[in-house]
Design a protein around this ligand. Structure first.
Ligand SMILES: [Zn+2]
Length: 315
């Protein structure tokens, strides 16, 4: 869709309802994750803050252009770098997150100041390039190109970062009201991270899901819990939602929730098979199951299999 509102290199704006906008990150440019802008009527809300202050500045400008005012609230869906690092740009807004996300951000502040930040990133980038050399699927090679670019940008931004910690925290449900619409900021627990919030617009059947829902992409399990994540999505499915803005990739429809649930089950199942056979996880992960083969971020499948098998072995 043509972006007639903003010429940002970091994202394109898509109007999903009147006054409700998705900022869809341009791959490899440093925004890294999607954001949202919601005009509540008299009050503007932003969802997630991109991975860089540069991208967040463009997001702030877009919010002012689209709603006629500076945002009053910024909801951070979870504490991963790619969603929080631009929050410092929203100095005049209240930052809202779960208690768990705030705790993660306070911990992250410590890791930002660590002297081994450069060497840690250098090691991570080396591993990404090694993974890329093992790949024969060109889509995965390209996905790793993007991953490397995003990480290079992230390192630059981390070094200059001043984290804007949430001033407002909540556990399960927070309501925000404007003259045109109300939104629910909800948390059903931690699945993808320690505490995953999402923003639900009941009157519009729209939800900004952070990384809980992946739009035909491999969802990164990382430090999350597959069973808890699955239960969150099962509960979420009972809400009336037609349009979903995921943390990465394109705006999608309600069926992406079932697809993500199916992916979580299948990746868990595949990791069990890998362990039963005693296969090398990296070799095993070369054959991605058919329904997910053409999905985006194919490199994440190997991470998931490696992680799930190592967690099971370590347990
Ligand atoms: Zn995440």
């Amino acid at each position: 869709m043509e972006d007639k509102w903003s010429r940002s290199p970091y994202f394109r704006i898509e109007e999903v309802r009147a006054g409700v906008f998705a900022a869809i990150a341009t791959p490899g440019m440093g925004a890294w994750s999607n954001s949202g802008i919601v005009d509540l009527g008299g009050v503007t809300l932003v969802v997630d803050s991109c991975a860089s202050p540069g991208a967040a500045s463009d997001l702030l400008s877009a919010a002012v252009t689209l709603t006629g005012r500076s945002p009053s609230y910024v909801v951070l869906t979870h504490g991963h770098w790619d969603h929080i690092l631009g929050a410092e740009v929203f100095a005049r807004a209240h930052i809202i997150a779960t208690e768990s996300t705030r705790a993660t951000m306070l911990d992250s502040e410590v890791s930002l100041r660590r002297e081994d930040l450069d060497s840690g990133f250098a090691q991570h980038l080396r591993e990404l390039r090694e993974q890329q050399e093992r790949q024969t699927d060109q889509r995965i090679v390209q996905a790793l190109d993007i991953e490397i670019l995003e990480n290079q940008e992230l390192l630059k931004n981390l070094k200059a970062a001043r984290l804007h910690h949430p001033e407002v925290t909540f556990a399960e449900r927070l309501l925000l009201h404007g003259s045109q619409r109300s939104v629910e900021v909800l948390c059903y627990g931690g699945g993808h991270s320690g505490g995953d919030a999402f923003v639900y617009l009941p009157s519009d059947s729209v939800a900004f899901m952070g990384d809980l829902v992946a739009s035909r992409r491999h969802a990164w399990v990382g430090s999350g819990s597959i069973s808890a994540w699955y239960s969150i999505l099962e509960r979420f499915s009972r809400l009336d939602t037609d349009t979903i803005v995921p943390g990465h990739g394109n705006v999608t429809r309600g069926q992406a929730v079932a697809e993500t649930m199916q992916y979580l089950l299948k990746v868990q199942e595949a990791a069990s098979v890998c362990m039963q056979r005693g296969d090398n996880p990296m070799e095993f992960a070369k054959s991605i199951p058919a329904p997910f083969k053409g999905w985006g971020s194919g490199h994440v499948y190997e991470w998931n299999i490696s992680h799930l098998t190592s967690v099971a072995h370590g347990a």
